[in-house]
Design a protein around this ligand. Structure first.
Ligand code: AMP
Ligand code: MG
Length: 521
């Protein structure tokens, strides 16, 4: 199918109130969810990569995705008939503080495409100024765009809920950024990513309406989101209050599941502000994210958060719950009773814990969760600077605690620092683990199979992203292409692709972009 066959229904912009003004002049809006604004054209767009899987969702074939029209549309240089470009208005808590109106400062929704399975919003990120750009330029640089693009698709293939990415297009223009916020601004290549999701609505959309005390619009909007994105709940609940509560419960459960998935694959979002949490429970807004290398619950890749470490790996479930509390506060005017909201929120920890236990049992290839075994392992991994991804893959091969411990060697970053005591504890843990597997009647074959479909081998490690960025900055996209192919099958060992499944090399330990990232993008 070609570009002209995309059918837009744009229910969001048709059903919800718009800001009466258009264009990108900065403003606070009232009683509206979005402002109409067009992407800013760029001089010399070039396609770096497109995702065949996301293209397929839209019914676009390879010839279309490599053609002129695709390049123009997804660079922001041309609109298709039926598109209704706009930026949405939301607020949010940033690092725990209410920040007021934020909104799509550099994201422009092009329109909603009708698909076989429902609808998909197409969104350009980095396509120029909007009323919500505040003091910034509405643009995005190649490095952050590539990181978002790769990780969106990698997450999908890992089986983690996420917004998708259709394309990454270089703009041929330069953008000024101070990458580490240390007073050294430099010009970088600009890029535009087309993101795709059923909806880009965040907790912050509800918070904004509540903060402005636009309760009627809050009700309209909440009903809209439930009907459009949660049709089963809309159908099952006619009464408003029970509908809102059932829906809030669903959002809590989805968010709890998402946290378990992040913990499973070792993902650290880095900026879990309430404006960066999707109402659908998808991973959204890939900024200074990272993947655990040496297992460390206290780790965050985001240097902007280095002091407080609010968004560190181990804290993510608790932060999600705090964010849900902010959402509950925003919904309160619709319900006018705190108790039912509190009760639902109270279930978050129970849901999370149950799902987490199931997930950890799967990671260890066991039919049943074993608390002491799991906790001992997590402690040991922290103390021995163990690469989480490699460790679980190697552990699947271990059949005999005495002879096979060496398989794990390659997962340690500093094996010379693992003292005799830690070695003995590891040995003891291994033999206890194999005993538990035996007691649970789990054969090695079944255990390894369960582990290898739970524990990925290829994750988009930061240093690999940096290598792909270094090449792409020079105009060489081969590494990006190869890596994107590898990431399509993250659980399957692929011949000749070992370089994509290595622990972080020493040169990357403290290099900017590899272990240190700021919000600059
Ligand atoms: P983030 O921390 O990336 O989620 O962004 C927080 C807010 O800043 C959002 O409202 C973004 O749209 C906005 N923002 C971030 N970068 C830019 C930029 N270069 N131009 C305009 N707005 C931006
Ligand atoms: Mg954001």
């Amino acid at each position: 199918m070609n570009m002209q066959s995309l059918v837009f229904d744009n229910v969001f912009t048709q059903k919800l109130p718009a800001d009466p003004h258009t264009g990108s002049e900065r403003r606070q809006i009232r009683n509206a969810l979005f402002s109409r604004v067009e992407p800013t054209p760029v001089v010399r767009p070039y396609l770096m990569h497109y995702s065949p899987q996301t293209a397929e969702l839209l019914g676009l074939d390879a010839a279309t995705c490599t053609g002129e029209a695709f390049l123009k549309v997804f660079a922001g240089n041309q609109l298709l008939p039926g598109m209704d470009p706009h930026a949405t208005c939301y607020g949010g808590h940033q690092f725990g503080n209410w920040a007021g109106q934020l909104g799509d400062g550099r994201a422009i929704n092009l329109g909603e495409v009708k698909t076989a399975g429902g609808h998909l919003m197409l969104q350009l990120k980095g396509a120029g100024e909007t009323p919500y750009s505040r003091t910034a330029d509405g643009l995005a640089v190649l490095r952050s765009s590539l990181r978002e693009y790769v990780c969106s698709e990698a997450m999908f293939h890992l089986g983690v809920p996420t917004t998708r990415a259709l394309s990454i297009i270089g703009t041929g223009e330069q953008v000024m950024r101070d990458m580490l916020y240390d007073g050294h601004p430099a010009l970088e290549h600009g890029a535009v990513v087309c993101r795709v999701s059923s909806s880009f609505v965040r907790f912050g959309h509800f918070q904004m309406l509540a903060a402005r005390q636009e309760t009627e619009l809050l009700a309209t909007f909440t009903n809209f989101v439930i009907e459009r994105e949660f049709p089963a709940i809309a159908k099952a609940h006619q009464d408003d209050t029970s509908r809102y509560l059932a829906w809030f419960d669903d959002v809590c459960q989805r968010t709890a599941k998402l946290m378990v998935e992040w913990m499973r694959v070792g993902f650290v979002h880095g900026v879990m502000n309430t404006d960066n949490l999707s109402i659908l429970g998808e991973t959204i807004d890939y900024g200074p994210y990272g993947w655990l290398e040496g297992f460390d619950p206290d780790w965050t890749p985001n240097t902007t958060d280095a002091g407080q470490r609010r968004y560190r790996y181990g804290q993510q479930p608790a932060v999600a719950q705090w964010n849900l509390l902010q959402l509950a506060n925003a919904l309160y005017p619709l319900i006018e009773e705190t108790k039912p909201l509190e009760d639902i929120l109270g279930n978050f920890a129970t849901h999370y814990e149950a799902e987490w236990q199931r997930m950890m049992a799967n990671k260890l290839g066991l039919p049943d969760f074993d608390k002491s075994l799991t906790n001992r392992l997590l402690k040991l991994m922290t103390e021995t600077e163990t690469d989480m991804t490699l460790f679980f893959r190697h552990l699947a091969d271990v059949k005999n605690a005495d002879t096979d411990a060496a398989y794990l060697q390659n997962a340690y970053y500093t094996p010379e620092r693992i003292n005799l005591e830690l070695q003995a504890q590891t040995q003891q843990w291994l033999s206890d683990y194999l005993k538990v597997a035996e007691q649970q009647g789990q054969s090695h074959g079944l255990r390894a199979a369960l582990m290898n479909r739970t524990n990925p081998l290829y994750v988009p490690r930061n240093y690999l992203a940096q290598l792909a960025i270094d090449d792409a900055d020079r105009g060489d996209f081969q590494r990006l292409h190869t890596w994107m192919d590898v990431l399509q099958k993250p659980y399957t060992w692929q011949e000749g692709m070992d370089e994509y499944a290595q622990k972080r090399p020493e040169w990357a330990r403290n290099r900017a972009g590899c272990s240190m990232l700021s919000c600059s993008s």
